[in-house]
Design a protein around this ligand. Structure first.
Ligand SMILES: [Zn+2]
Ligand SMILES: [Zn+2]
Length: 303
């Protein structure tokens, strides 16, 4: 099936809602300022669709004025998620208390202090774009006009590199999320043709043991592909990377597990047979179902 875009026979719609998967590692609930989904709505869907485990990774921002700056206290978020985990534990879904922290270099001391004092099961670090960003919709056309591709992505990728180098995170969320804002001024194909721009990030992930997330929200946004796309995940593997995660990054009930099967397929196609995860304590591996193992990587599950 190499290159023909087909997926597992029993799951033809890879970019729709997923069924029978071990983990969705990136979800937002009404504990985030940009989501209104009660946690039980995801949990009920997970049971119905045989999604064995979900990581609730609500936003925490450290930049004053950012949406999730002082949005809810840690204790409130922890209580809501842990109580839900107890309610649902015997009903077929394990719920983990994670977080998606917005990384900005200037906030690194505060982030480090927060993580030293608060125990999460699983921590995603992501670079987002603030109102003063060159990628803001009001500015991105002027930013991209007449600039080279390396210069265009530099503010985002440089910050991602610092996030990786900080060593603070289990996983780096949506490595090239900036694609969301660059389209149509820069196409995903232009970025795919410049893998060297990703190389420092991928090497830093390998060196620090930080996992690369394959975020499937890009499939339902203008980029039309995962963050990052499959060739980048393959390059990561070639460079020695083995730690990869995936999540739907749903903010709405109907986005729960959307594209998640494609995320599993992308990872498996890169020759990686397990997801990197943590449930508090030390890191664990979540085995990717055999149906995603492609013929060109017959031993994927033992990679
Ligand atoms: Zn994010
Ligand atoms: Zn997110």
């Amino acid at each position: 099936m190499k290159g023909d875009g087909r997926g597992p026979d029993d799951c033809p719609d890879l970019i729709g809602p997923a069924h029978d998967l071990p983990l969705d590692g990136h979800l937002h609930t009404n504990l985030s300022p940009d989501s209104d989904v009660p946690i039980d709505v995801y949990a009920a869907q997970a049971v119905e669709r045989q999604i064995a485990e979900i990581a609730i990774t609500d936003h925490v921002d450290f930049e004053p004025g950012a949406p999730a700056f002082d949005f809810l206290p840690f204790a409130v978020r922890e209580r809501v998620v842990r109580e839900a985990a107890e309610r649902w534990a015997d009903r077929g879904v394990a719920i983990r208390f994670g977080v998606e922290i917005t990384y900005a270099h200037r906030d690194e001391p505060e982030i480090r202090d927060h993580l030293a004092r608060h125990a999460y099961d699983y921590v995603i670090g992501s670079v987002h774009t603030y109102a003063d960003s060159p990628y803001h919709p009001s500015r991105v056309a002027a930013w991209t006009a007449g600039r080279s591709l390396p210069d265009i992505v530099a503010p985002y990728f440089d910050e991602v590199l610092r996030a990786i180098r900080s060593g603070l995170f289990d996983t780096i969320g949506h490595l090239d999320f900036v694609k969301r804002y660059l389209v149509p001024h820069v196409s995903p194909a232009q970025l795919a043709a410049a893998p060297e721009l990703y190389e420092p990030l991928l090497r830093a992930l390998v060196e620090t043991g930080t996992a690369l997330e394959v975020n499937t929200s890009g499939l339902r946004q203008a980029a039309g592909e995962t963050y990052p796309a499959q060739p980048i995940v393959e390059r990561f593997r070639v460079l020695g990377g083995t730690r990869v995660s995936t999540g739907s990054d749903a903010h709405r009930a109907d986005a729960f597990t959307m594209g998640l099967a494609e995320g599993y397929r992308v990872i498996s196609a890169a020759g990686i047979g397990e997801l990197a995860f943590r449930r508090g304590g030390s890191r664990v591996a979540v085995i990717i179902p055999r149906r995603f193992v492609t013929p060109e990587h017959p031993t994927g599950a033992s990679t």
